[in-house]
Design a protein around this ligand. Structure first.
Ligand SMILES: NC(=O)c1ccc[n+]([C@@H]2O[C@H](COP(=O)([O-])OP(=O)(O)OC[C@H]3O[C@@H](n4cnc5c(N)ncnc54)[C@H](O)[C@@H]3O)[C@@H](O)[C@H]2O)c1
Length: 250
C-alpha cells in the first residue's frame, strides 16, 4: 500500500485516532495535512511526522474555517486526494440528561463537520483525478449504546452521509467509506473514564463487553482507514467497516 505524493487531509489529527492516521499515511509517502482545533497538540503531531506534513487550524463545525483550510491546502499542494473526516467529540447522557446546547454541539462537530469538509473538498476531487473520503463513524452509529444519545445519533448520521455521498459520486471518481471503531485507547476515552465514579471498573466493563476482551489501539483503527483509502480496495464504496473487537457481531 503506497500513498506516495497523495495529499491527505486528516481532521482531528492532533491526538488519538487522527494522529495515528496522519503518522501512518506519512509513513506510506503521503503529504499529510494535520487539521485540528488544538494548535499546540497539532503542531506536536507535525514534529513527529516532519517532511511535507503541515498543521492547519480548523473548526470543522464552522463553514468559514473549513473553506479557508481547503483554500490554504490548495495553495500549498494544488490537489487533495484523500479526506479523512475524523474530528469528533463525545457527550455522555440519555435524551433527558442531554441539554439542547450539548446536543447541538455534538451534531455540529460530528455530523455537520463531516458534511462541511466533504462539501468543500469533493468538488476539488471531482475537478482533479477523483479521490477518496473516509469517515470515522463508530460502533455507536450501528447500535444504541446506553447513555450517549447525541453521540450515537451523530454517528448513525455519519453512516447515512457515507452511503449517500458514495452513491452520488461513485460514477464521478470519488469513493466514500466509513470505519466504525469500537472503544479505542485515546484521550476521548481516557477522559470519559476519568469522569466516571470507578474508572478501572468502567474500563473492565468496556473490555469485557466485546468478544476480543480488550480495547482497540489507535494504530489498529488507522490501519483500517488506510485500507479504505487505498486503491487496493478500489471496489469499495459506501462500505461500512466495523473494527470493534467483535462488539457489534454479538
Ligand atoms: N476512541 C474511541 O473509542 C472511538 C470509538 C469510535 C469512534 N471514535 C471516533 O473517532 C474519531 C477520533 O476519536 P478519538 O478517540 O481519537 O478522539 P480524541 O478526543 O482523542 O481526538 C479528537 C480530535 O479531534 C479534535 N477536534 C475536536 N473538535 C474539533 C473541531 N470542532 N474541529 C477540529 N478538530 C476538532 C480534537 O482537538 C482532537 O485532536 C472521532 O470521530 C470519534 O467519535 C472514537
Amino acid at each position: 500500500m503506497s500513498f506516495e505524493n497523495k495529499v491527505v487531509i486528516v481532521t482531528g489529527a492532533a491526538v488519538g485516532i487522527g494522529k495515528a492516521t496522519a503518522i501512518a499515511f506519512a509513513e506510506k509517502g503521503a503529504k499529510v495535512v494535520v487539521a485540528d482545533i488544538d494548535i499546540k497538540k497539532g503542531k506536536q503531531t507535525i514534529s513527529l511526522i516532519g517532511g511535507d506534513a503541515f498543521f492547519i487550524e480548523i473548526n470543522v463545525a464552522n463553514s468559514e474555517s473549513v473553506k479557508n483550510v481547503v483554500k490554504d491546502v490548495m495553495n500549498r499542494f494544488g490537489r487533495i486526494d484523500i479526506l479523512v473526516n475524523n474530528a469528533g467529540i463525545y457527550y455522555q447522557g440519555d435524551v433527558i440528561e442531554t441539554p439542547e446546547e450539548e446536543w447541538d454541539k455534538v451534531i455540529a462537530v460530528n455530523l455537520k463537520g463531516m458534511y462541511l469538509c466533504s462539501h468543500y473538498v469533493i468538488p476539488i476531487m471531482l475537478k482533479g483525478n477523483g479521490g477518496v473520503v473516509v469517515n470515522v463513524a463508530s460502533e455507536a452509529g450501528l447500535v444504541g449504546i446506553a447513555g450517549q444519545v447525541a453521540y450515537n445519533v451523530s454517528k448513525a448520521g455519519v453512516i447515512s452521509l457515507t452511503k449517500s455521498m458514495a452513491v452520488d459520486f461513485a460514477r464521478k471518481g470519488v469513493r466514500v467509506n466509513a470505519v466504525c471503531p469500537g472503544t479505542t485507547e485515546t484521550p476521548l476515552v481516557k477522559n470519559a473514564l476519568k469522569r466516571s465514579k470507578d474508572p478501572e471498573k468502567e474500563r473492565r466493563k468496556l473490555e469485557e463487553c466485546r468478544p476480543l476482551n480488550r480495547l482497540g489501539r489507535p494504530e489498529e483503527i488507522a490501519a483500517a482507514i488506510l485500507a479504505m483509502a487505498s486503491d487496493n480496495l478500489g471496489y469499495a464504496t459506501g462500505s461500512v467497516f466495523s473494527i470493534d473487537g467483535g462488539y457489534t457481531a454479538k
